[in-house]
Design a protein around this ligand. Structure first.
Ligand code: PRP
Ligand code: ADE
Length: 180
């Protein structure tokens, strides 16, 4: 995203102070999702991270429920690769692999159907928000435990001051916007 388009895209993310509780400022991407050209530009910007000599050579995209699905599935289609949903606990039939984690405003667990990821597959992990990095670290752990290789973790926005990037040390982190 160029600087001007990044500013426009940022203006389509709604800041909601006190949701789900103080002192969280919730970053709501639904206005962006509802804007066709903005959604297309975001997916295209993610796709460009994966192309060219310094691209990541992606075999499959993995996204975390729920907002990672909304960006990851169109990106996978754009790249011509498959999409792997990392689901919240209790949604997938067995057998599953599971990793529990804490996030900015709670705790949860992600599950992946055992055998979904081919051994050695190059996996791009995609989500909307990198906050504490708890969700993303769990996603990386889950994919790698299941035999995949996480080539990068890509986010629409990185929230400053919550340590997410440090939590993902050892993984290439790509973010389209920084939000303070
Ligand atoms: C949000 C967001 C990320 C995660 C980031 O998901 O979409 O997945 O929190 O927070 P962290 O970096 O502190 O882990 P949430 O669990 O609220 O689920 P949702 O997508 O179903 O709304
Ligand atoms: N996930 C974790 N922290 C968040 C925030 N502040 N806004 C939206 N999603 C989030």
């Amino acid at each position: 995203l160029g600087p001007q388009r990044a500013t426009e895209i940022r203006s389509l993310i709604r800041d909601v102070p006190g949701y789900p509780h103080e002192p969280i400022v919730f970053r709501d991407i639904t206005p962006l999702l509802a804007d066709g050209p903005a959604l297309a530009d975001v997916v295209e910007a993610f796709a460009r991270l994966c192309e060219g000599d310094d691209g990541h050579g992606v075999d499959v995209v993995a996204g975390m429920e729920a907002r990672g699905f909304l960006l990851g599935a169109p990106l996978a289609m754009r790249l011509g690769v498959g999409f792997v949903p990392l689901r919240k606990a209790g949604k997938l039939p067995p057998p599953v692999d599971r990793v529990s984690y804490d996030l900015e405003y709670g705790s949860a667990a992600l599950e992946l159907r055992s055998g979904t990821i081919r051994a050695g597959a190059r996996v791009l992990v995609v989500d909307d928000v990198l906050a504490t990095g708890g969700t993303a670290a769990a996603a990386v752990e889950l994919v790698e435990r299941c035999g995949g290789h996480v080539v990068a973790a890509a986010f629409l926005m990185e929230l400053d001051g919550l340590g997410g990037r440090a939590r993902l040390a050892g993984t290439a982190v790509e973010t389209l916007l920084r939000v303070g």
